[in-house]
Design a protein around this ligand. Structure first.
Ligand code: ADP
Ligand code: MG
Length: 241
């Protein structure tokens, strides 16, 4: 757990500076995106797709930066979250990669509720999957498993990609660590580590160069009592509004 702590310290140092910048950039980007959508209705152009995907990329980078730099300021509510559902939905965002990467889903048990921050978890799973797809040059396989172990909801994302050299393993999760020269920001895994740390989850990485990588995440299961309590609060909320 020393390592996790060390990671957090590094994160917060970087957070001070980047959170401010990220906010400043996100707002204009989001507004540009909105106006572009309005323009798009009036003018037909094949450039829209490019502009849109570039904007998406920039917004996603900024979102990661914000998630990493100010996790404590992340005011998303805790709720009961179905992990399998998130895995399914997030996988479908990669449909355009399926022509080259075979995805095997092994969902052993559908009971996959955890107490969590839905959007943070979605983003973390997206970041893990994105790395898996990027690690595979040409064709390969990604296996997504979900299973229960004791009182943990677990999932595993395994790819047959290029793997991570042993001496780089300890760098994972460090903000801005990236081996992708043009395309990488090195923020994806930082978001992953800080999100799962907040969920009291454990992350285990196994990787062999030229063979592939496997991330296993174990999240403490939602407590029955808490679940009932939350359900009650939700009901009360609903009746009040
Ligand atoms: P980025 O993807 O922008 O480079 P990340 O924080 O997502 O940043 O990942 C950091 C680095 O960790 C990557 O550049 C890559 O070297 C390594 N990495 C992460 N996931 C994988 C994976 N599934 N296979 C191989 N390398 C990986
Ligand atoms: Mg990444």
């Amino acid at each position: 757990n020393d390592r996790a702590h060390e990671q957090l310290e590094r994160l917060s140092a970087i957070g001070q500076i980047s959170a401010g910048i990220a906010h400043e950039i996100r707002n204009p980007l989001t507004s540009v995106k909105g106006f572009l959508q309005l323009l798009q209705k009036e003018h037909d152009s094949r450039y829209w797709e490019i502009i849109n995907s570039e904007l998406e990329q920039a917004i996603s980078t900024v979102q990661n930066l914000l998630a990493v730099s100010k996790p404590e300021k992340n005011d998303e509510n805790w709720s009961s979250v179905n992990l399998c559902e998130i895995l399914e939905n997030t996988l479908s965002l990669f449909d355009h990669e399926m022509y080259r990467v075979k995805v095997e889903k092994r969902f052993y048990n559908t009971a996959s509720m955890v107490l969590g921050k839905r959007n943070q978890l979605k983003r973390a799973i997206f970041n893990l999957l994105k790395n898996a797809f990027e690690a595979i040059e040409g064709e390969g396989t990604i296996t997504v498993e979900h299973f229960r172990s004791d009182n943990k909801v677990c999932f595993r994302i395994r790819d047959t990609g290029k793997g991570i050299p042993k001496d780089k393993l300890s760098m994972l999760g460090t903000p801005f660590f990236s081996t992708k020269t043009d395309t990488g920001t090195g923020l994806g895994l930082s978001q992953v580590y800080s999100t799962f740390y907040e969920h009291k989850a454990t992350i285990n990485v196994e990787s062999l160069e030229h063979q592939g990588t496997e991330f296993t995440i174990q999240i403490p299961m939602i407590d029955r009592f808490l679940e009932d309590k939350m359900q009650m609060e939700l009901t009360i909320d609903n009746t009040m509004s």
